[in-house]
Write a protein that binds this ligand. Structure first.
Ligand code: GDP
Ligand code: MN
Length: 347
């Protein structure tokens, strides 16, 4: 076993220059969106909503990535909508390409099985490139790499509450590594062997497991099986260097070598979440309750009255009390008290 690859130590800062506060008190951070030209309308919606709720007061930059060139209209409309500087980047081919080791026959047989089970994106190759890119490559893009923190924003999302604080600053001040608003269970059919591969990785690299990990959030039997709980990564505020760490780099390589992103349909959400639960301190994970958020077709709306007063949602809109949600498990695993009026809204 490899006892050299260590877990992620959030107090160590490999790139001090990148991690400095800006002179105006902001964090060296940006919104990062992966999108296609045809996502323009839905992307403008997301940018507009986030600008109105938060960024019109801060003017944080936006980064847009695409596996093809963005067209003029896309860049013009986004530039008109964003209040901060905008950069557009193309993804290198090597980061959006099927490895030669993929057995195509085996892959298509598996896709057909997923299709028979009505799994979303069962036979989509591009969706798999997207999941693999978001798992292992987005943070290597030069436009993203220069930031300390990023906030992932997808097309067609909405923000339900006025934010009177800076989530980036909160993350940095409190030494947080990974922030989320929604946690749900993954479709097990899409990740049949993800946990098996994760366990093998841990056997080979036992020192990547953080001594104060949150394995109890993602497993109900001390690691024997995965309970499918994950943070919904279409919203994500995180430290770029977590993904650059030795532990995560080795983990992604290990997963990628098995070609499970292609044979199955591993999402970046369970991959990121498992990594966050295993390789970093449980205290570095943060639930942004105040950020009311919608991505089709689920949302999070805060329950407590002072927070809710700044929102245009109802707690009944929340997935948090639904059987798919892992928020109750999160509260239990992290020993966080339930909100006072939790029982009021229980289905
Ligand atoms: P879902 O949220 O899982 O249903 O998947 P989405 O269709 O929203 O895709 C996730 C993210 O990846 C979004 O930001 C999309 O714009 C982006 N995306 C998905 N497929 C592609 C693709 O083929 N090319 C590019 N450039 N972006 C993609
Ligand atoms: Mn989406």
């Amino acid at each position: 076993a490899d006892h050299q690859t260590k877990y992620f130590d959030r107090s160590s800062v490999p790139n001090p220059e990148r991690s400095q506060w800006l002179p105006d008190g902001r964090v060296n951070a940006a919104f990062v969106s992966l999108a296609r030209n045809e996502d323009l309308r839905d992307m403008v919606q997301s940018v507009q909503r986030l600008e109105r709720r938060f960024n019109h007061k801060h003017h944080y930059p936006w980064v847009f990535l695409n596996d093809e060139e963005f067209n003029e209209e896309f860049m013009r409309r986004i530039n008109e909508t964003a209040s901060g500087p905008v950069e557009f980047g193309v993804i290198p081919k090597e980061h959006w390409q099927m490895p030669e080791t993929v057995d195509l026959q085996k892959m298509h047989d598996n896709w057909n099985k997923l299709k028979e089970n009505d799994i979303l994106y069962a036979d989509s190759e591009s969706y798999r490139h997207m999941c693999r890119f978001e798992s292992g490559f987005f943070y290597r893009h030069p436009l993203v790499k220069k930031y300390e923190y990023y906030w992932r924003v997808e097309p067609s999302v909405d923000f339900w509450c006025d934010l009177d604080f800076d989530p980036f600053a909160y993350m940095k001040q409190n030494n947080k590594v990974y922030g989320f608003t929604i946690t749900v269970t993954e479709y097990p059919e899409t990740i049949s062997t993800l946990w098996e591969n994760t366990r093998n990785f841990l056997k080979q690299h036992p020192d990547t497991l953080h001594p104060n990990n949150s394995l109890n959030f993602i497993s109900d039997n001390n690691g024997e099986t995965y309970n499918n709980c994950h943070f919904w990564s279409n919203f994500e505020i995180a430290r770029v260097d977590f993904w650059e760490s030795d532990a995560y780099t080795k983990y992604f390589d290990h997963l990628d070598k098995s070609n499970g992103f292609f044979y199955e349909r591993w999402g970046d959400a369970p991959v990121h979440s498992i990594a966050a639960a295993l390789f970093t301190d449980r205290d570095s994970i943060h639930f942004f309750n105040e950020i009311g958020y919608w991505h089709p077709f689920s949302g999070h709306c805060p329950l407590d009255e002072p927070t809710l007063a700044k929102c245009e949602c109802s707690p009944y809109d929340s997935i948090d009390h639904n059987g798919w949600s892992c928020l109750n498990k999160y509260y239990d695993a992290f020993k966080i008290p339930y909100p006072a009026n939790w029982n009021l809204y229980r289905g």
